[in-house]
Design a protein around this ligand. Structure first.
Ligand code: PLP
Length: 393
C-alpha cells in the first residue's frame, strides 16, 4: 500500500550546504546569517523591517508587548486557530475576545468584529489579531477600516501565510507582511518553508522595529550579538525589558536556502490544491477548500469538509480510514473556546461560535506540500473518493 505522509519538508543539498557552512564558520547562534535572513525575507515580502525570532509564538508575544498591551486589555481574535495565537495574551494578562469566523474562508468575520465592538461588552479592546487561516488572507480592507474607526492596532498572525497576498483597495495586490502594524510569520517544520523552528516579524514602523530588535535578545542594545566578535564590544547596555527570542544562525541558514525555493514550493502547493478542488467538486459528499477572487493563497493547509448527511460515517471515522489506507491527515483547528483552559480562564462555552464549531465537526486536512509527487496526489484523491463511494447514505 502506498504511504503518503501528512507532511515532509523539502530539505536538499542547498540547505545542507548552508548549515554546514554555518557549523564550520565558528559562529552558530544569532549572527550574520540571521541578519541576512532578515534582509532577504524583508525583500521577499516587500516589508521595510524584518526581525528574525525563535518562533511565531514569540513573535506574537513580542508584537503585542511592544504595542504596550498588558493586564486587563482585550484583543479581538478568532477561535478557529492554533492555541499560540491566543495563549500569548495570557502571558500579558490580556484577554482574547473571540468572534466567529466566515464559513467560506474560515477567517475572522469582520461583521462579528464590529458587533463585538458595538455591543459595549468589551470596553478595553486595544488590537485586532486576525489569522490568515491556511494561507488565505483575511479581508484586510475591512479590518483596517474597523481598526481606524476604533483606534485599534492590527497584529496579523501570518503563521500560515508566508507568500500570501490579496487585492487591497487603492493598492492592488499587497503581500501579507506589508499591511497591518506588525505581522508574525512561522517557519515551524511543517510550514510552507521552514527553519525547523523559527519566526519573523515584519513592520514598516521604525520605532517598533527597534524596540522589538532590542527586546528579542534580553533588552541588550542593538547588535549586542556582536559582543564576542572583533567588530563588536564586550560592553552592552540593557535598554528595556528583554526576552530570549533570537533566531540562531544554524536555523537561519536553513531559512536562507528555503527562501530561494519559496515561490516554487507555493506554486506546487497551488497545483495540488487545484487538483483536489477539481477532483472533489463533483462529489456531493464533499465540500472542497475555497479561495476568494483577488487572493494569492499560500495553501499551507488544504481543509476539506465532508457532508455527514450524505455519508454513513463522521469526520473522525473518515480520518481513521484515510490513515488505515496510508494517507496521513490531520484536523485544523479545534476551536479554542471549546478547550478547557479557555473556558476556565475566560468563561467561554461550547456553542459560543457555531460557525467555527460546524467547520471543526466536518473538517480534515489532507497532505499538501512541495515534495508530494503526482502519484501521491492521485493516491490521496482516489482514497478520499473511494471512502465516500463506499459510505454513501
Ligand atoms: C495560526 C498559528 N499561529 C501561530 C503558530 C505558532 O507558530 P510557532 O510554532 O512558530 O511558534 C502556529 C503554529 O502552528 C499557528 O498555526
Amino acid at each position: 500500500m502506498r504511504q503518503v505522509a501528512f507532511h515532509r519538508p523539502s530539505i536538499g543539498p542547498d540547505e545542507e550546504r548552508e548549515v554546514l557552512d554555518t557549523l564550520r564558520s565558528g559562529w552558530i547562534t544569532t549572527g550574520p546569517k540571521a541578519k541576512r535572513f532578515e534582509s532577504e525575507f524583508a525583500e521577499y515580502v516587500g516589508a521595510k523591517h524584518a526581525l528574525a525570532l525563535s518562533h511565531c509564538t514569540g513573535a506574537l508575544h513580542l508584537s503585542l508587548w511592544a504595542l504596550g498591551i498588558g493586564p486587563g486589555d482585550e484583543v479581538i481574535t478568532t477561535p478557529f486557530t492554533f492555541t499560540a495565537t491566543a495563549e500569548i495574551l495570557g502571558y500579558l494578562g490580556a484577554r482574547p475576545v473571540f468572534v466567529d469566523v466566515d464559513p467560506g474562508t474560515f477567517n475572522i468575520n469582520p461583521a462579528r468584529i464590529e458587533e463585538a465592538l458595538e455591543s459595549g461588552a468589551n470596553k478595553r479592546v486595544r488590537a485586532i489579531l486576525p489569522v490568515h487561516f491556511a494561507g488565505h488572507a483575511c479581508d484586510m480592507d475591512r479590518i483596517l477600516n474597523i481598526a481606524h474607526t476604533y483606534n485599534l492596532k492590527v497584529v496579523e498572525d501570518a503563521a500560515h501565510a508566508a507568500g500570501s497576498a490579496r487585492h487591497m483597495d487603492g493598492r492592488g495586490m499587497a503581500k501579507i507582511g506589508t499591511i497591518g502594524d506588525l505581522t508574525c510569520f512561522s517557519f515551524y517544520a511543517t510550514k510552507n518553508f521552514t527553519t525547523a523552528e523559527g519566526g519573523m516579524i515584519t513592520t514598516s514602523d521604525d520605532a517598533l522595529a527597534e524596540k522589538i530588535a532590542v527586546a528579542s535578545l534580553h533588552g541588550m542594545n542593538k547588535d549586542a550579538w556582536k559582543r564576542y566578535d572583533k567588530s563588536g564590544s564586550w560592553y552592552y547596555e540593557i535598554h528595556d525589558m528583554g526576552f530570549k527570542y533570537n533566531l540562531s544562525d544554524v536555523h537561519a541558514a536553513i531559512g536562507l536556502a528555503q527562501l530561494k525555493r519559496a515561490d516554487d514550493f507555493m506554486r506546487r502547493r497551488g497545483e495540488i490544491a487545484r487538483a483536489y478542488n477539481e477532483a472533489f467538486r463533483s462529489d456531493d459528499a464533499l465540500q472542497p477548500a475555497y479561495s476568494e477572487p483577488g487572493i494569492e493563497h499560500a495553501w499551507h493547509l488544504y481543509v476539506l469538509r465532508i457532508r455527514p448527511d450524505r455519508l454513513k460515517l463522521g469526520r473522525n471515522q473518515f480520518v481513521e480510514i484515510l490513515r488505515e489506507r496510508g494517507v496521513g491527515c490531520s484536523v485544523h483547528c479545534i476551536p479554542l473556546h471549546t478547550m478547557r483552559y479557555y473556558q476556565r480562564m475566560y468563561g467561554y462555552r461550547d456553542g459560543d461560535f457555531p460557525v467555527a464549531e460546524d467547520i471543526f465537526s466536518r473538517c480534515l486536512s489532507l497532505p499538501i506540500y512541495a515534495a508530494m509527487t503526482d502519484e501521491d496526489v492521485a493516491y490521496v484523491i482516489d482514497t478520499v473518493r473511494a471512502i465516500t463511494r463506499e459510505n454513501r447514505r
